[in-house]
Ligand binder design. Sequence first.
Ligand SMILES: *[C@@H]1O[C@H](CO)[C@@H](O)[C@H](O)[C@H]1NC(C)=O
Ligand SMILES: *[C@@H]1O[C@H](CO)[C@@H](O)[C@H](O)[C@H]1NC(C)=O
Ligand SMILES: *[C@@H]1O[C@H](CO)[C@@H](O)[C@H](O)[C@H]1NC(C)=O
Ligand SMILES: *[C@@H]1O[C@H](CO)[C@@H](O)[C@H](O)[C@H]1NC(C)=O
Ligand SMILES: *[C@@H]1O[C@H](CO)[C@@H](O)[C@H](O)[C@H]1NC(C)=O
Ligand SMILES: *[C@@H]1O[C@H](CO)[C@@H](O)[C@H](O)[C@H]1NC(C)=O
Ligand SMILES: *[C@@H]1O[C@H](CO)[C@@H](O)[C@H](O)[C@H]1NC(C)=O
Ligand SMILES: *[C@@H]1O[C@H](CO)[C@@H](O)[C@H](O)[C@H]1NC(C)=O
Ligand SMILES: *[C@@H]1O[C@H](CO)[C@@H](O)[C@H](O)[C@H]1NC(C)=O
Ligand SMILES: *[C@@H]1O[C@H](CO)[C@@H](O)[C@H](O)[C@H]1NC(C)=O
Length: 272
Amino acid sequence: MFDLFKPNIATMPKPLIFFLLLSLSPIFFFSNTSGGSEALASNCPSHVCGGVNISYPFWLTSDTTSNHYCGYPRFNLTCFNEETPIINLSGNSYYVKNISYTDKTLTLVDVAVTANPTCPRPRHNVTIQMVPLSYNRQDLNLSFYFNCSTLSGLEALDGVPPIECLSSNDYDSYVFVNGTETERFETWYDFCEEKVVVTVVDSVNILIEGVNASMKDGFVLDWRQASSCRTCEASKGLCGYNNSNEDFLCFCSDGSTRINDMCKGMSFFIFV
Ligand SMILES: *[C@@H]1O[C@H](CO)[C@@H](O)[C@H](O)[C@H]1NC(C)=O
Ligand SMILES: *[C@@H]1O[C@H](CO)[C@@H](O)[C@H](O)[C@H]1NC(C)=O
Ligand SMILES: *[C@@H]1O[C@H](CO)[C@@H](O)[C@H](O)[C@H]1NC(C)=O
Ligand SMILES: *[C@@H]1O[C@H](CO)[C@@H](O)[C@H](O)[C@H]1NC(C)=O
Ligand SMILES: *[C@@H]1O[C@H](CO)[C@@H](O)[C@H](O)[C@H]1NC(C)=O
Ligand SMILES: *[C@@H]1O[C@H](CO)[C@@H](O)[C@H](O)[C@H]1NC(C)=O
Ligand SMILES: *[C@@H]1O[C@H](CO)[C@@H](O)[C@H](O)[C@H]1NC(C)=O
Ligand SMILES: *[C@@H]1O[C@H](CO)[C@@H](O)[C@H](O)[C@H]1NC(C)=O
Ligand SMILES: *[C@@H]1O[C@H](CO)[C@@H](O)[C@H](O)[C@H]1NC(C)=O
Ligand SMILES: *[C@@H]1O[C@H](CO)[C@@H](O)[C@H](O)[C@H]1NC(C)=O
């Protein structure tokens, strides 16, 4: 059975034998991949923005060339003022403090928090609806209660100190590690205007450093492999998307671009 497919070198034309030998030689291998990695680098470029290395699977929105990009959907960043990397999650902007490609983590700070560093005031709940992202084990949620009527006498009743810079004669604001609120806060809507839940890194320091510093430190998200990229990445490709025809793309290290496919035949060159 196998013999049927075994090439008979004796009966082969000479140019074909030459080609086979050439294709197995290291020269062919190197010339092939170096040309390919240039193509890969131009399709999937790396950037440094504000000291943060932005590489695959992350990409810059400005790198969308002829309406296609290399990277995971919604893993696009803007390098604001050429020094501040920003990502959008569920319609909210976050400052990207760090990306670790070895730990596959992303450290984010809510831009609403950086807007007023002396008195950080979160404006919205942190929500992540992007499929390949999840909270890191180090994370902790803080619950903020804004504009609670001082008439409720919460401070006196529960001995919880209000956040000074977010309180006035008529209103007090409070913050708790989520789940440690005193009983009265379970019905917060009776006396507070708004509740906002934010995520921070659960450092022991939160008690020492305080909530302000923790919010500026941000929180950590883990990213996973996008399921649509599994086959492409397994064949040493990098995946992307074509917005024009809504096709999935696979950028191969031989410089070719495949549609809805893996980098066929690449294993041959990898094992040589
Ligand atoms: C950025 O990270 C990628 C992936 O880890 C790495 O290949 C590249 O060399 C890094 N670039 C810089 C400028 O550090
Ligand atoms: C990412 O791309 C989407 C469109 O696909 C755009 O609406 C969004 O603003 C971009 N995010 C950033 C941070 O550039
Ligand atoms: C992020 O999304 C919000 C709401 O869609 C938009 O106002 C903002 O401009 C976006 N930010 C970036 C950097 O694209
Ligand atoms: C980014 O994260 C990596 C890995 O956790 C860490 O080694 C590095 O010091 C961090 N860089 C910054 C600027 O926080
Ligand atoms: C924090 O809140 C989010 C939802 O907003 C939840 O998915 C996550 O599990 C919470 N984390 C902790 C440590 O409670
Ligand atoms: C709380 O009170 C401040 C000051 O009076 C006001 O600006 C703000 O809109 C109020 N509401 C919330 C939800 O913070
Ligand atoms: C943040 O710092 C300000 C100014 O020092 C202070 O008034 C406020 O209470 C702090 N916020 C929290 C949550 O501790
Ligand atoms: C806050 O804590 C409560 C009680 O521990 C829990 O039921 C709830 O899911 C938590 N919510 C968030 C957003 O972390
Ligand atoms: C934030 O989430 C909590 C539940 O965890 C909810 O009660 C609250 O209304 C949300 N706040 C905003 C501003 O959406
Ligand atoms: C993206 O789709 C457009 C329209 O079908 C096509 O012209 C273009 O060649 C595609 N780009 C890639 C990289 O496949």
